[in-house]
Ligand binder design. Sequence first.
Ligand code: M5T
Length: 631
Amino acid sequence: MVLNPVLGKLVSKRVVLASASPRRQEILTNVGLRFEVVPSWFKETLEKSAFAAPYEYAVETAKQKALEVANRMHVKHLRTPDVVIGADTIVTVDEQILEKPVDKQDAYRMLSRLSGKEHSVFTGVAIIHCHSKDNHLETEITDFYEETKVKFSDLSEELLWEYIHSGEPMDKAGGYGIQALGGMLVEYVHGDFLNVVGFPLNHFCKKLAELYYPPPKHNVQHKKYDSIPSVDTFENLSDGESESSNFTEHKGASKLDSSGMCSSGAIYKSESSSSVRTGFIVPLENQNGVLKSAAKVPSKILDLMDGFRASKALFVASKLKMFDHLRAKGPLKAVDIANEVGTSVCGTERLLDACAALGLLEKTPQGYSNTDSANTYLTSDGEYSLHGYIIHSNDHLWPLFTNLESAVKEGSRQNHRAFGKKEEDLFKDYYQSQEVKQRFMAAMHSIAHLTARDVATAFDLSQFKSACDLGGCTGALAHELVQIYPNLKVTVFDLPEVIANTSYFQPSGQHTAPVTFVSGDFFKDNLPEADLYILSRVLHDWPDEKVHVLLSKISAVCKPGCGILLAEMVLDDEKKIRSTALLQSLNMLVQTEGKERSGSEYQHLLEQHGFTNVKIRLTGNLLDAILCVKT
Ligand SMILES: Cc1cn([C@@H]2O[C@H](COP(=O)(O)OP(=O)(O)OP(=O)(O)O)[C@@H](O)[C@H]2O)c(=O)[nH]c1=O
């Protein structure tokens, strides 16, 4: 709670952690930071000898990891984050830098060097503030490092190999994890324990304090915070919803100054008696100017409580095609939109105001107009339109979620309650009426198109010559694949009623190798031959028994070297961090017999059918990617 006001400065920002390390995700999640995970693609191959000190290497690598993500999000995803955090942990012993072992022998070499000795663990961290100006990405970089000394006991050969065979060393710098079995090897730790685990939380908070609460200009002896200021300091300094993010860079330094916040110099005392909503204790003054006890404002809970209202406002504005009208004719007044779509003026005005407050629209004296992201994502034919999925959410998922309580009590889907029919086959319902079928296909297309680039590039797939996208629906991923891998021939295999309706969704004017559409049922019919089978949002529809049926069928036609690419929302192994994916698993509960699974659950399923070398990439987009190869 004491630290929260520092992290609270990040609440209203789009924060991205540019790291695949589950430890970093956990450390930051545990202190209540809300962020998106977009693992960096930066390859850790900087020339070590070019750096005067090992920590410089770690800091530079952290910076490059974060910059790669900031650039990729800006250019490729068209989403500029506010803050990107990158980190790199290295172990140094005898002036050598140890990173993650490449294999067991390498782990053995590392651990035997560390045996009986003291070594240093450095984590370099980069905090990058991003702004988009005239479509260019501007960045302000703050970086630092932390050193912790660790001493290992003498390790016997037997212990060493037992530890290596546990598998723990492989994804960890220096080949050990101090937070788990590796803790048994450690005689002492001098310094920040979490720094060894992968993220120096204390130093990070101090850095945020320096950035967001710089000391008063006259107070020259306090150039920076040596400690995290006490809770009173932050409460008195808190600035509402932390919106004051107008950073300006200090000349010649990469530190940031939040202008105006501390202009009086009296930074340790609040000059304002107004209450603010930061989610923490708010000082209130009574009429005599005496501080009285204040209520806590549980912002996160309030947001969750109201979440459905915001969703429904978005759904209704989409359903009424308000974003389409505004793109065509905006800015428009509420009365004009009400006339266009045939709604009441007072209701329309409230809906538009809510949408503007939610950041979906802009409101000016001229009227309402779309934001850039409304044009891109909310218009029905925007470049990455989510309109299909929003309508599906409103018409199909909403009634199902209304029955969540029954789904939880009964542990099963609720189509019968929501739509009054008994469900025999998951897809029968979707495809029995033309309208529902098209709505469902549009929804699947929205997500497939939005995620296709990230899924297609999560791994280098150039070794495969042919791919078959099982349940590939409109072919959105297939089209992306043939763009990226011109030598790849892709077949989309889906039910006849889907294949018959794909023409509407085909991209126009592309001069690439065509995608082939083949109709069939992957549970009943022979599968087309391919080097790579793709299952995008397929396995999550089914319980394990059915997944085994499908995987064994694929395994039977796969030659060694052939692969499977899965695109799914991957849960963290402990099922406690990735809330979007965990909520998606509830979504599967209300409508299917399937569920979302963790990386190790997918790995286990795949390995049982002879698919090994399972690699998982969290893409930072809605779908993650898993690649494995038949051995
Ligand atoms: C010494 C030690 C390290 N680690 C992990 O080692 C990885 C370092 O590698 P990195 O290159 O800094 O990070 P990464 O895992 O490759 O992720 P990314 O940030 O995407 O590069 C990080 O995971 C750390 O937690 C532990 O979990 N426990 C320990 O005791």
